[in-house]
Design a protein around this ligand. Structure first.
Ligand SMILES: C[S@@+](CC[C@H](N)C(=O)[O-])C[C@H]1O[C@@H](n2cnc3c(N)ncnc32)[C@H](O)[C@@H]1O
Length: 450
């Protein structure tokens, strides 16, 4: 058991190192490490928690460590990671005694470095144990304090406070520290939600219906991607917020729908399911390898009404005639600030200037695809971000330049009951704390008839 645990922590350290070297944290990275280091199945939960937790709390951990490592400015990167990893266990994991966490950190430091480094690690951790953690109360500026307390960059917390106010920002930052539940969409063209839940229970999963989306389920235990039900094409792993995009489109039988930024096809396949294999979805994406994923997903789900194509949607007008589609989904590339719970390393790599650059791409995409919707048809603009510049501002600028379009106020009629209170006219900004789903934005724009 002890041997294994050391292995878990060394593997966690290795992964934290890779993330630091700019390899984004992903399940793939985690799965490779589990395989390479032959991590016992029962220890994978602890490994995931150590990596997620240490990444999620990095700024808070650094605040706590700072006074104790001031004189060790030449500390190697991996030693700092080891200190963060160990302090995370001491502060946030009650079930691991401090002395055990410190002992193992010192052993790792001896093996990976030398006796001197082990001495530094031991010294820092024992001092913290003796003197206690520095108080966050010493930070006088409330925004800065919130940033450190919840480990979000100060620029982002400032930006959110100016956009949403202090209270909502605080709730959002706190929510971002929690682990999301896995949710999935039942392929109702092939199985009912009730039968799907029963089938998954038989497979040993703990599942329940979503309170938000009629065709969605929540998974309380297990990984649905590993289920036979998933492999048989009866499920798609997808967040509930993302499922709202297909609702906003108001899909009708036989519609021709463009999904302009479609890979890996989560929303295209939802639209195709809503069409019940009638009509057509044209799914575009910039990258060939990503386009393949859309086709693979459609194949797994048994959907035959999706056509895929590699294309830069900004050039679509040279390829497809105007007024071809009944509706268009533009699920635009964005900063992804709504999914920080799932990708904690993102907090430390995003830069404020990225957001304005993205707005230009979003506007270019909207301008390019908009002539392709029929008169009276709808464009749904969506992002998985929580930022006014990429969301409401992008839409405002588009509407300002395109008087042939207006906000579609019938959006609420098409949306599930649970989200209606969040709709403001023709758009909806979901914050992670609103429904427990990802932060997400949807705007519905209608092409005027004349
Ligand atoms: C938010 S993701 C789409 C997620 C997808 N709608 C789903 O639900 O599975 C944005 C996608 O836009 C693609 N993309 C970015 N710029 C594009 C462009 N100019 N033309 C087409 N696709 C683009 C990216 O490759 C990425 O796959």
């Amino acid at each position: 058991m002890k041997g294994n645990r050391k292995n878990v922590r060394e593997t966690a350290l290795e992964l934290l190192d890779s993330v630091e070297k700019n390899q984004a944290y992903s399940n793939l990275l985690l799965n490779n490490a589990i395989e390479k280091n032959k991590i016992d199945k029962k220890d994978t939960g602890l490994l995931t928690e150590l990596i997620y937790g240490t990444l999620q709390r990095r700024m808070t951990l650094d605040f706590y460590l700072d006074p104790f490592i001031k004189n060790n400015s030449k500390l190697e990167k991996w030693v700092l990671q080891l200190l963060r990893l160990t302090l995370y266990q001491m502060v946030y994991l009650d079930r691991i005694p401090d002395r055990a966490a410190i002992f193992e950190a010192v052993e790792i430091a001896k093996r990976r470095g030398h006796k001197g480094i082990a001495g530094v690690v031991n010294g820092v951790l024992r001092s913290i144990q003796r003197q206690g953690l520095p108080s966050l109360g010493a930070i006088s500026d409330p925004t800065e304090k919130l940033a450190i307390e919840t480990s979000h960059p100060v620029w982002l917390v400032k930006r959110w406070v100016s956009q949403f106010g202090y209270e909502k920002t605080k709730e959002m930052c706190e929510m971002n520290l929690t682990a999301p539940l896995q949710t999935a969409r039942v392929n109702v063209t092939r199985i009912s939600v009730e039968d799907c839940l029963l089938q998954l229970e038989k497979e040993g999963f703990l599942v329940e219906p979503s309170p938000i989306i009629p065709e969605a389920i929540k998974c309380l235990r297990g990984n649905l991607a590993a289920s036979n039900t998933f492999k048989e094409g009866l499920l798609t792993i997808q967040d509930e917020s993302s499922m709202l995009a297909a609702y906003a489109l108001g899909v009708k039988k036989d519609d021709r729908i463009l999904d302009a930024c479609a890979a890996p096809g989560g929303k295209s396949t939802h639209i195709a399911e809503k069409l019940q294999n009638s009509g057509k979805v044209l799914s575009l994406d910039l990258h060939e390898h990503k386009v393949k994923l859309i086709a693979e997903n459609a194949g797994r789900l048994g959907l035959t009404n999706i056509e895929t194509k590699k294309l830069d949607s900004r050039t679509i007008q040279g390829h497809i005639e105007a007024e071809t589609f009944d509706s268009i989904l533009l699920d635009a590339p964005c900063s992804g600030l709504g999914v920080m719970r799932r990708k904690p390393d993102m907090k430390y790599t995003k830069r404020e200037e990225d957001l304005s650059r993205l707005q230009q791409i979003q506007l270019d995409l909207l301008e390019a695809v908009s002539p392709l919707v029929k008169k009276g048809g709808t464009i749904v603009y969506s992002t998985c971000t929580v930022d006014r510049e990429e969301n409401q501002e992008t839409v405002r600028l588009f509407l300002e330049k395109n008087p042939g379009f207006e906000g579609d106020l019938s959006l609420a009629d098409r949306m599930p009951e649970a989200v209606r209170p969040l709709i403001r006219g023709y758009d909806i900004q979901i914050l992670p704390q609103d429904l427990g789903s990802d932060g997400f934005y949807i705007a519905c724009l209608q092409r005027k008839v004349d």
